[in-house]
Structure formats: C-alpha cells, structure tokens
Design a protein around this ligand. Sequence first.
Ligand code: COA
Length: 171
Amino acid sequence: MEQSVKNMRVAVYPGSFDPVTNGHLDIIHRAAKVFDKLIVAVLNNTSKNPLFSLEERMELLRLATKDLPNIEIDGFRDLLVNYMRDRQAYVVVRGLRAVSDFEYELQMASTNRKLSDEVETFFMTSTPQYSYLSSSIVREIAKFHGPISELVPPEVEEALRVKYPTSLGKS
Ligand code: COA
C-alpha cells in the first residue's frame, strides 16, 4: 500500500556543510535508513563567511548523496523550527562526535524545543573513525595540500583543489 505523505517519517539534518565530509555522510547514510525521507538543510549563514557558497555546498551534497533515493538537499536562512514547520517535518537529526559536542547540542535541542514543542531532536553517535573530523579541519589540511582523500568524498576533494590551487605553505 502506498504510504501517504502525511504518515511519512520526514527528518531534517541541518548544518553548514562547508564542505560536507565523510563524517556528515556517515550520519546521512545511517539516518536515511531510519527515516522515510531525510532533508539535508544547508544553513545560509552570512555571519560564518563560508569557503563555499550556498549553491556550491548544496551541489557537493547532491553529488555525494546521488545514490540515496530518499535524500533531498535544500537551503534555509530562517530559524530551524520555522523552516521545519514550512516543510512539515518534526524531527531534527544531529550527530554527536564526542562528549565535547554534547553541551552545545543540548543547548540547541532545548532551544528548539522551547521555540516549538512539536520538534524533537534525534542524536546519532558518529562512527569512531570520524569522531575528530570537522569541516574546518578539512579546509585547513586542504589549504596546505595535505591528504584529504579519506576525509571527504572525491567531488569535495576536487572542489577543494580548485579553491586552493597552490599550497598556502609554499611561497
Ligand atoms: N562529522 C563531521 N563534522 C561534523 C559532524 C559530523 N558528524 N557534525 C558536526 N560536524 C562539524 C561541522 O563540520 C562543523 O565544523 P566547522 O565548525 O569546523 O565548520 C561543526 O561541526 C559544526 O557543525 P554544524 O552542523 O555545521 O553546526 P553549525 O553550528 O554550523 O549549524 C545549525 C548548526 C545549522 C543546526 C544551527 O546553527 C541552526 O539551526 N541555525 C538556524 C538558526 C536557528 O534556528 N537558531 C536557533 C537554534 S539554536
């Protein structure tokens, strides 16, 4: 029997994704098995001065998740709870890499709950091999032409090579 959209379990995985890393993809692949549809929502955060534009970050996510049928890549620039209401989604997925993530994530989940009592946050623990990974660590290694092939998907590695054609370590 076909499942109606209303009964679908839709979750939103929000973040900056500047750029998407294998750590994010670990969460995306696992969450895609749990929910009927996963919307990966890229924050258009002007205050963070990202390396990649919103369009570039979304395109890299599209390429990296093209094999997953139940993923949608979208952008947002609103409060997360407002965006979720517009998309009729009530579950936020977040990854927990280490204990150090917990305080910030708890604050964010509690704030979202305060702003909307319909929103629930589901935490997924990172696969240990990615527990140290972050987008800024990847950007830092790429800037000096260090090895990143085990940290990001090939399309992101290529995009970083274009952003940093010469190593900032060489004069
Ligand atoms: N694997 C690898 N890296 C991960 C990761 C994982 N599983 N989970 C998080 N990270 C990294 C990110 O790469 C990022 O790294 P960087 O800081 O080095 O670039 C860092 O952890 C922060 O993660 P991210 O998910 O990008 O969080 P964020 O703080 O940029 O964005 C939002 C969080 C978008 C969910 C939040 O800011 C938001 O909802 N904003 C909208 C406004 C709003 O509603 N505010 C009220 C809620 S508090």
